[in-house]
Ligand binder design. Structure first.
Ligand code: ADP
Length: 684
């Protein structure tokens, strides 16, 4: 195998030498083969055998012919460097690609370059690592559209380069209508002539030839159908050879490789400045740019803020003037008079319409110098000095007072004044005075007080008179009664014409005596001491029942008494109350049924409510109030002894204790007299 390879190589070398001689004369066209010897080691004593490398010679910028037919490009330069590094001469044989493969397969070279990987090739070649990625697009006439992938090629005859990996790619996708050309250049020429409208071409040679031939505007490229990778290969089984070749490439640094590639592909544009300066200038420019952007943002923000502030202020101003108008209107329609004083000097800063009306002033809001003295009288404690003292005293808190002011025409005015310290602006504390005219109330209060005074006086006079009269009347009446009784006894059984009138006189005298005693008792109610002691109402009832014992027995009455409480009262008067009420129950009983009296009490807040209920004759609704008037008796009961003082006395006693007395009654069924007395406070 090895020997055969040597033979083939020797034969190839002879052909190669012949070709090297003819190459400069031969046109650099399709199908021509060129070999160049780039090895530097010919002068060595035993030069190693050259390695023949076959490759596509129409694949710019990797491998293509110069105008003079010389093979040039990235790969020739790389292989030259490889030869230098490895010390092995290299012979490059540039051919049409299909031819190159055919002849390589025929053993005419050791290495085949510019090879894409395909499954078929994988069976016969040993591949190097990929060294370049090549995009493979569809090149199509600019007038066509929608050519974006292999599927879009159906119905077209697709131009391809003979032996190109693209042929397999398209066939696998069912695109069989292919027209092969020997090289990319002939393929482009065919397209330019209109033989084909679409072609599958690797991007680097496509770009190169389209530009070179001025066709770039007539054709477009689709997105890559696929991306292939360039490898060099040796035949299967040539592992050592591959290692040798690879070792040579390993000695080429990435930097050297990059320089070669850049030489053919072109370098990125660089400035003359050194990188540090460029970096510094770049950073500075970036900084300035950033500051500029920040400034712009800041200015825009400020503008926005100023605009918003201006809007707010304009609105606030409008609201303020509307607010001031609203305030002035409200201030003037308020029914209370309002004055705003300086808290120190008492000077009047502001008055509302009602205030000016009240004091009889006309004019502006503070009446052009209206002073405290204008509103006050001259007499203490209602003079201007006292008024100022009240204003100063608001430092300790708000206050309310009644004040005798003076109207502009001099007449006095009673006002109720609320004073409150306020801080409305930066001119210092002020005192808000709200005034209500209470002259009418004050006058009626005074009137009432005078009337009360007069009433109290006349009441006292009357009480004194009643007491004196009844007290002084008792003596002569007693005498009258005594002598009438004496005469009655002496004349007993004698002339009825004398005895009868004498009896009437005696009865009238006794009635008058009862009246006088009742009156006396009535006038004495208030004479008792004011202080109330705890009184056991149950005991008072027992005492009262004792006094009524005989009458109750005669009436065959039953008295039921619930437990009764302690009350704050005058005990004699409580006894009097029970005695009068139960006495009346006896007097006004229904004789058709036995009398039953029930006494009970229930708590009602701070009071106890007592009830003395009977099953007597009852009282008509019209008279429920009248019966409490002194000397008021119901005509129907004229046969029953009485003077009409009992209930009036009871009411007076109860009212003196701060309670009430009233009656609920149903005629024919009975009455319930109720009265309230104060409970004994808990502490007691
Ligand atoms: P008097 O009993 O001396 O007439 P009072 O002031 O005690 O005077 O009573 C006034 C009136 O009230 C009585 O005349 C009577 O008509 C009526 N009255 C009082 N107590 C009762 C009662 N328990 N039942 C019905 N009527 C009563």
């Amino acid at each position: 195998m090895r020997r055969r390879a040597r033979r083939v190589r020797a034969g190839g070398l002879a052909v190669l030498l012949a070709l090297v001689v003819v190459t400069p004369l031969a046109p650099a066209g399709a199908g021509s083969a060129t070999a160049i010897d780039v090895s530097p080691g010919l002068a060595r004593p035993s030069p190693p055998e050259p390695v023949r490398v076959m490759l596509d010679d129409t694949y710019p910028p990797y491998s293509f012919r110069a105008g003079d037919g010389t093979l040039q490009g990235i790969l020739p330069d790389l292989w030259a460097l490889w030869s230098q590094r490895s010390g092995i001469p290299v012979q490059l044989i540039g051919l049409d690609w299909a031819e190159a493969q055919r002849r390589f397969n025929a053993g005419e070279a050791e290495v085949l370059d510019t090879v894409f990987h395909t499954a078929e090739r994988d069976r016969i070649y040993l591949f190097s690592a990929p060294y370049a990625t090549i995009e493979v697009p569809i090149v199509f006439e600019a007038g066509l559209s929608g050519i974006r992938d292999a599927a879009a090629l159906r119905g077209f005859t697709v131009g391809v380069k003979g032996g190109d990996a693209c042929i397999d790619f398209l066939r696998q996708r069912g695109i069989d209508s292919l027209r092969p050309y020997p090289s990319y250049e002939t393929l482009i020429d065919g397209a330019a002539r209109g033989e084909i409208r679409v072609a599958c071409i690797d991007r680097p040679p496509a770009s190169y030839y389209l530009v070179q031939k001025g066709l770039e505007s007539r054709f477009r490229a689709s997105p890559p159908l696929y991306a292939g990778e360039f490898h060099w290969v040796v035949r299967k089984g040539e592992d050592r050879l591959r290692e040798t070749v690879q070792a040579g490439f390993d000695r080429i640094s990435p930097e050297q490789r990059r320089r070669i590639v850049e030489h053919w592909l072109g370098e990125p544009l660089r400035s003359n400045l050194d990188p540090q300066t460029v970096q510094a200038v770049g950073l500075a420019l970036l900084g300035i740019g950033l500051i500029g952007v920040l400034l712009l943002v800041w200015v825009a923000t400020l503008r926005r803020q100023v605009a918003a502030k201006t809007r707010d202020l304009t609105q606030a101003l409008a609201e303020l003037s509307a607010g001031a108008l609203r305030f002035r209107t409200l201030f003037d329609v308020i029914n209370d008079a309002i004055l705003l004083h300086d808290a120190e000097s008492g000077a009047i800063r502001l008055t509302n319409r009602r205030a000016r009306d009240l004091f009889g002033f006309r004019g502006g809001a503070n009446d052009g110098g209206l002073t405290l003295a204008d509103l006050c009288g001259d007499t203490p404690p209602y003079d201007a000095a006292a008024a100022l003292d009240h204003l100063h005293a608001t430092a300790d808190g708000p206050r309310r007072l009644e004040w005798l002011a003076r109207h502009r025409d001099g007449h006095p005015l009673w006002v109720e004044v609320d004073l409150r310290r306020v801080v409305l602006d930066d001119s210092g504390p002020q005192v808000l005075a709200v005034l209500r005219d209470i002259t009418a109330r004050k006058e009626s209060d005074e009137q009432l007080a005078r009337t009360l005074d007069a009433l109290t006086r006349s009441n006292t006079d009357l009480e004194r008179f009643a007491y004196a009269a009844s007290h002084d009347l008792r003596e002569p009446l007693n005498t009258l009664v005594r002598y009438a009784q004496l005469l009655e006894r002496r004349l007993e059984g004698s002339d009825p014409s004398i005895a009868e009138p004498l009896g009437v006189i005696a009865t009238a005298a006794r009635q008058m005596m009862r009246l006088v005693e009742g009156l006396l008792e009535f006038s004495r109610v208030d004479a008792a001491g004011r202080g109330f002691d705890p009184v056991d109402a149950g005991r008072a009832l027992t005492v009262a029942l004792g006094y009524l014992d005989q009458a109750l027995a005669e009436a065959g009455a039953t008295v039921e008494a619930a437990p009764l409480p302690l009350v704050a009262a005058d005990d004699t008067q409580v006894i009097q109350l029970f005695q009068n009420l139960i006495g009346n129950a006896v007097k006004y009983r229904d004789r058709a049924r036995p009398l039953r009296v029930r006494v009970s009490a229930r708590r009602d807040g701070a009071m106890w409510e007592f009830t003395v209920a009977d099953n007597g004759i009852g009282i008509e609704a019209d008279y429920l109030e009248q019966i409490f008037v002194i000397f008021k008796r119901l005509h129907a009961h004229s046969a029953i002894p009485g003077v009409g003082i009992g209930l009036a006395l009871c009411r007076r006693i109860v009212e003196r204790h701060g309670g009430r007395l009233w009656v609920d009654s149903t005629p024919g069924q009975g009455s319930a007299f109720r009265f309230t007395l104060g409970a004994v406070p808990e502490a007691e």
